[in-house]
Design a protein around this ligand. Structure first.
Ligand code: BEZ
Length: 202
C-alpha cells in the first residue's frame, strides 16, 4: 500500500499511528508530498480529486481518502473492531472524539495557512479568532473526558491533534488550563506508535 504523506500533517499521522497500532505499518510505503491549497500536487490530485492528504493506494489499486475512511479500512484489514470499537456506546464515543479531534486539526491547519500563506493585507482577524475559539472550546471539553487507558480511533485522533498544536501553535500554551489532558498526552505519547510518528520540529 502507498500512503501520500507529509510529516507535519496531523491527519497523516493519525493514519500512521493507526497502522502501527494494528501491526500494519510495515505494509505501507510512504510517498512524500509537499502541498498547500495554493500549490497543489498534481500526482496526488490524479488519485484524490480533492488533492488532500492522506490518500491511500490499496493493494488492488483502489484509492481511499480521507483519514477516517483509511483508518477504518486498516482496521478491517486487521480483523475489524480493534481501533474502531464494535457497535455500541464505546463506538459512538470513539467516533465523536474522532470528530472533535479532526475538527481541532481542521481549524488548526486552516489557521496555519492563514498565518503563513495569506498575504498580510488580505488576512481576516475575526476569521482566525473564530478558528482559535473552536480549538480552545474543544480542548476545554477534552479536559473533562476520561481518556486514560483507552486506545481507539478517538484517542489516537486526539493525540495527533494535540501533537499538531505543539508543532505549530506552541505559543498557545494549551496545557496551562488543561492539566489532565496534558498528563494524558505525556503518558500516551510514550507508546511506540506515537513516538515513531512524532512530527519533526520545523
Ligand atoms: C503543516 O506544515 O503544518 C502541514 C503540512 C501538511 C498538511 C497539514 C499541515
Amino acid at each position: 500500500m502507498q500512503l501520500y504523506f507529509n510529516p507535519a500533517s496531523p491527519f497523516v499521522r493519525k493514519v500512521r499511528v493507526t497502522a502501527h497500532e494494528l501491526g500494519l505499518s510495515g505494509e505501507i510505503e510512504l510517498t512524500s508530498v509537499t502541498l498547500t491549497p495554493v500549490s497543489p500536487h498534481e500526482g496526488l490530485r490524479a488519485n484524490n480529486p480533492l488533492g488532500k492528504i492522506p490518500a491511500l493506494l490499496t493493494g488492488d489499486g483502489t484509492v481511499l481518502y480521507d483519514s477516517p475512511v483509511i483508518c477504518e479500512y486498516l482496521d478491517s484489514l486487521a480483523g475489524g473492531n480493534r481501533i474502531y470499537p464494535a457497535p455500541g456506546a464505546a463506538r459512538w464515543t470513539a467516533l465523536r472524539r474522532q470528530a472533535l479531534a479532526d475538527g481541532i486539526m481542521d481549524a488548526a491547519v486552516l489557521t496555519r495557512y492563514e498565518q503563513t500563506l495569506r498575504p498580510q493585507e488580505l488576512r481576516w482577524r475575526e476569521w482566525a479568532d473564530g478558528q482559535l475559539l473552536k480549538i480552545r472550546t474543544a480542548l476545554d471539553a477534552l479536559e473533562h473526558e476520561s481518556l486514560e487507558g483507552v486506545i481507539d480511533i478517538g484517542t489516537i485522533s486526539i493525540a495527533c491533534a494535540l501533537g499538531y498544536l505543539d508543532l505549530r501553535f506552541a505559543a498557545e500554551g494549551w496545557r496551562t488550563s488543561r492539566p489532565r489532558l496534558a498528563a494524558w498526552l505525556a503518558g500516551v505519547s510514550q507508546r511506540p506508535s506515537l513516538a515513531a510518528t512524532a512530527p519533526p520540529a520545523q
